[in-house]
Design a protein around this ligand. Structure first.
Ligand code: GRF
Length: 198
């Protein structure tokens, strides 16, 4: 049975594009919705251009009422009955009440080698720490931020003279390789971790 995948974005959606482009042929999943918390997210036009249904729920219209935003988000997802939800550059923290009904079916990509550097500014923190390597992690989403079971990681060396920007630029292609590889296994109920070295 083909798995239905909803992808949540907040910006350009390069990871969403990589995921959507991977779901062809004998791939066990297909994208059914790309949804953004920002109506101006560039990824929405990219998804539309790929023939994927899109939706925007502007979190700013809910003010500080996170629960109201998450309730509308839940209903929008429930309407398309996803088997898997991929957070891909989605910049809103989702609370336990939202995660609960979907737990075990939500994936996220985080730009660090978790458990290092949960949260923001991961590239700068890796540089400040003098790490020899940096990378990205795909993990299952739980109520604890950037803390769920790891499904895959991609590593790369930190080079002399690297800045947060050069790390982010070199990391993005690894993200675009890792996330589709993890999704393909996850959609086939294969939870063996994907480990890539860039
Ligand atoms: C990427 O660095 C990703 O690691 C982080 O958001 C950034 C932008 O992702 N989660 P995208 O281009 O919007 O997919």
């Amino acid at each position: 049975m083909t798995k239905r995948v909803a992808i949540l974005i907040s910006g350009g959606g390069s990871n969403m594009v990589a995921l959507a482009q991977s779901m062809t042929g004998d791939h066990p999943a297909r994208p059914v919705l790309v949804l953004s918390n920002d109506p101006a997210a560039g990824g929405l036009a990219k998804a539309s251009g790929m023939g994927i249904p899109v939706q925007a729920i502007d979190h700013k219209t809910f003010g500080k009422d996170r629960a109201a935003f998450e309730a509308v988000l839940h209903d929008a997802l429930a309407a398309v009955q996803p088997d898997i939800i991929c957070l891909a550059g989605f910049m809103r923290i989702l609370g336990a009440d939202f995660i609960g009904p979907w737990e075990g079916r939500i994936l996220n990509i985080h730009p660090s080698l978790l458990p290092k550097y949960r949260g923001l500014h991961t590239h700068a923190r890796a540089l400040e720490a003098g790490d020899s390597h940096h990378g990205c992690t795909v993990h299952q989403v739980t109520a604890a931020l950037d803390d769920g079971p790891v499904l895959g990681q991609a590593r790369m060396p930190v080079l002399q003279g690297d800045t947060p920007d050069t790390l982010a630029q070199r990391l993005l292609p690894l993200e675009h390789a890792l996330y589709p590889a993890v999704l393909r296994r996850f959609a086939a109920a294969d939870l063996r971790p994907v480990m890539l070295d860039g």
